[in-house]
Design a protein around this ligand. Structure first.
Ligand SMILES: [Zn+2]
Ligand SMILES: [Zn+2]
Length: 177
């Protein structure tokens, strides 16, 4: 079993390898990178955002067609939302092994600051590992440094470390097999 990371063509190129490598190191599960074969469903013209649950439906449909049971993480450029939330950094659906993260609000540029690839790679790793944690059955964690802490802001995301706390680590290792 391994994690399939699908990189949408609009997401920034060149960051795939460091993101996949570190997500693999943090989770202890091999991660592979590929171009995104999933149809980009759920775009909301008025909001200029993608409805994240609709996009997860698209991943689910692709997985069923391909008889793919491994977990999938899709990386997209467009901003994501779900009902009741103005935006989400990412979303996971454990029951179908599908997750999505967006780079839109992980870029400094979004907040009027100069972009740095290092910042973006760091945040993508944290968000990606977080959603994969959900795919392995982990809930949110109250430890602010833990990958499974749910950040509301970029500052809270940046405060997290690229690791699971001891309790989440035990839970993850138990569920991986
Ligand atoms: Zn979460
Ligand atoms: Zn934790």
């Amino acid at each position: 079993m391994h994690i399939h990371i699908f990189w949408d063509s609009l997401a920034p190129a060149g960051l795939q390898v460091p993101v996949a490598r570190t997500i693999s190191a943090i989770t202890g599960v091999r991660a592979t990178i590929g171009e995104n074969p999933v149809r980009m469903m759920g775009y909301d013209q008025a909001r200029k955002q993608i409805n994240a649950p609709a996009l997860l439906d698209g991943i689910h449909a692709y997985k069923r067609r391909q008889h793919l049971t491994d977990p999938v993480l899709l990386v997209v450029s467009q901003d994501l939302f779900r009902d009741g939330h103005s935006f989400v950094f990412g979303l996971a659906r454990e029951s179908v092994g599908a997750a999505v993260v967006s780079v839109a609000r992980l870029k400094n540029q979004y907040y009027g600051k100069p972009d740095r690839d290092d910042d973006l790679v760091d945040r993508l790793i944290k968000e990606g590992a977080h959603e994969i944690g959900h795919l392995f059955g982990l809930g949110h964690c109250m430890v602010p440094e833990c990958i499974m802490f749910r950040p509301d802001t970029l500052d809270e995301l940046d405060r997290k470390k690229k690791m699971f706390c001891d309790e989440c680590r035990v839970h993850l290792d138990r569920n991986k097999h």
